[in-house]
Write a protein that binds this ligand. Structure first.
Ligand SMILES: C[S@@+](CC[C@H](N)C(=O)[O-])C[C@H]1O[C@@H](n2cnc3c(N)ncnc32)[C@H](O)[C@@H]1O
Length: 302
């Protein structure tokens, strides 16, 4: 595989997008009847399976192991979840609208001897509780990806990985994008996201060392997926030069206007719900969330 370790957003392969979109554009009666009994359960959606070599790359990209619970949303014949279980020992759930595909997926799981570790359910992927998942796999059309991104961000735990085949999300930029041989257009584009902790809101910070020893600082974070904009309020002039979140790790670079050389203090630590804490070079710091974010994409309980 040629891996592109980049944060740029690659384009979905035109051939595959066209093929999938053309299927969706079929008159609804044709799409609904199918010729092999598929798409008879209200799925106005094509079943286009991910080729085995691309499945393998998706699971490698997500670094799946026996500690993971892999959810495939729109699971088709169950191949991704079954491979995660049989090759890596993961637990899993496949959710699929089409009952004939669900039956096929259950047979596949039984045939591979992983029927006790995976569940294949017939249902709407928008109704699924995603909280137990540590990995989510997706091969869904752009309109579904666009509807799904806020749900993924809100429900998945920090550090969970999402891997998508060929179709990007609308606003949430992937952490990495790679190309791999296989698929309808001869190659597939894979996207990986690591779910960041939800840190949007107003926080009260105490820092035991410079640049604000003994003070209570008010920190406001606006969060859009993995992007943060942070400001800190303090009469003496203090600003946040950089704010980052990755999984449950947070890192703030704070600079006092009085700092002769503009030297920043780094507050690095971990977030857990409405608490964050860590160490600085000269001591410790902690934060308590006291209000939700104005630009709230998130729902959280203080
Ligand atoms: C392109 S196929 C991918 C199948 C499988 N994930 C794979 O990669 O091999 C998309 C599947 O999503 C299913 N699907 C579409 N919308 C769905 C929904 N709202 N809930 C559950 N399944 C859905 C379709 O029936 C179809 O089988």
């Amino acid at each position: 595989m040629t891996r592109r370790p980049t944060t740029s957003r690659g384009a979905a392969p035109a051939a595959l997008a066209a093929a999938l979109l053309a299927l969706v554009a079929l008159p609804s009666t044709v799409a609904a009847q199918g010729t092999d009994g598929r798409g008879t359960d209200g799925a106005d959606y094509p079943f286009v399976p991910t080729p085995p070599e691309v499945v393998a790359e998706m699971l490698e990209m997500a670094d799946v192991s026996g500690r993971d619970t892999v959810y495939d949303l729109g699971s088709g014949d169950g191949r991704i979840v079954v491979t995660a279980a049989s090759r890596y020992g993961a637990a899993g759930l496949g959710v699929e609208l089409d009952s004939s595909l669900v039956a096929e997926a259950r047979q596949r799981a039984a045939g591979e001897g992983v029927g006790d570790r995976v569940r294949m359910v017939r249902g709407d992927l928008f109704e699924v509780d995603l909280a137990p998942a540590t990995v989510v796999t997706l091969y869904l059309l752009p309109r579904t990806m666009a509807k799904l991104e806020a749900m993924l961000f809100r429900q998945l735990r920090p550090g969970a990985r999402i891997v998508a085949h060929d179709f990007d999300m609308e606003e949430w930029a992937a952490d990495s994008v790679s190309q791999t041989p296989g698929g309808l257009g001869g190659h597939a584009t894979l996207y990986l996201w690591r779910v960041p902790a939800r840190v949007g809101g107003t926080w009260e910070l105490s820092v035991s060392g410079a640049p604000a020893a003994g003070e209570r600082l008010r920190l406001t974070i606006d969060q859009k997926f993995a992007e943060l904009r942070a400001t800190v309020t303090r009469p003496g002039g203090l600003r946040v030069r950089e704010a980052r979140v990755a999984g449950d790790s947070v890192r703030l670079e704070v600079v006092a206007d009085s700092a002769a050389d503009g030297e920043a203090t780094t507050l690095a630590g971990t977030v857990s719900g409405a608490r964050m804490e860590g160490r600085t070079a000269g001591g410790a710091w902690s934060g308590r969330r006291v209000a939700n974010s104005d630009s709230s994409l998130v729902e959280w309980q203080p």
